[in-house]
Design a protein around this ligand. Sequence first.
Ligand code: UDP
Length: 239
Amino acid sequence: ENTSHRYRRVVLKLSGEVFGGGAVGVDPDVVAGIAAQIAKASAGGSQIAVVMGGGNFFRGAELQARGMERARADYMGMLGTVMNCLALQDFLEKRGVDTRVQTAITMAQVAEAYIPRRAMRHLEKGRVVIFGAGAGMPYFSTDTVSVQRALEIKADAVLMSKNGVDAVYTADPRTDPTAERLDQLTFEEALRRDIKVADAAAFSLCKENKLPMVVFGAEGEDTIARALSGERIGTLITS
Ligand code: UDP
């Protein structure tokens, strides 16, 4: 079925890779395009909070593999997400969208601290809230944080935009021609099949708390706007 329903409040997870346009750093044209889509959905009346990834700068696990201490490398990863937040904030504000960045590591000169009740208040006023610095804790991922934030601010769903895949498949469609595209599955199945589009901690948290997750591709002119508007694209994962 091709149902569409507007979310009252939703968390959008943006991976850092999307912002980099395949390279290290931020591609302003890409961010401008994403901001335009978020602005459109926000104007449509949905309350939107973004959890920003940072893979376009640093991933703790990768730096660890190259000899760095994991926790310190993870902090570098978290700081990278904040640069993405500021880029997104800039392009949203250029479009006339009121925004607030809230970070899990306090840095009062550039962002508010993460205060959930305040975040909800911003959302009620129509502001887009951008969450940075992950959970502020090493050994976590922004995928897991997006679920945690969605639960804490009482969002209806968490939307995971992904690079390079447009949905959940039974196997990696880039390497396995028998891979089947799934329109819907349960968190239980996602965990059992060891589906990699989000980490197991994120799936578990959703499952336990009955929070729906939508996994969809970030590529394309309007996929983010469509997902935010409640259109059934990608894969819906439920409890
Ligand atoms: N990170 C962390 N704790 C968190 C969130 C992120 O330590 O709560 C670090 C971790 O090193 C991670 C990096 O920040 O690799 C960037 O986040 P992530 O890999 O989730 O970004 P994405 O892949 O979505 O761009």
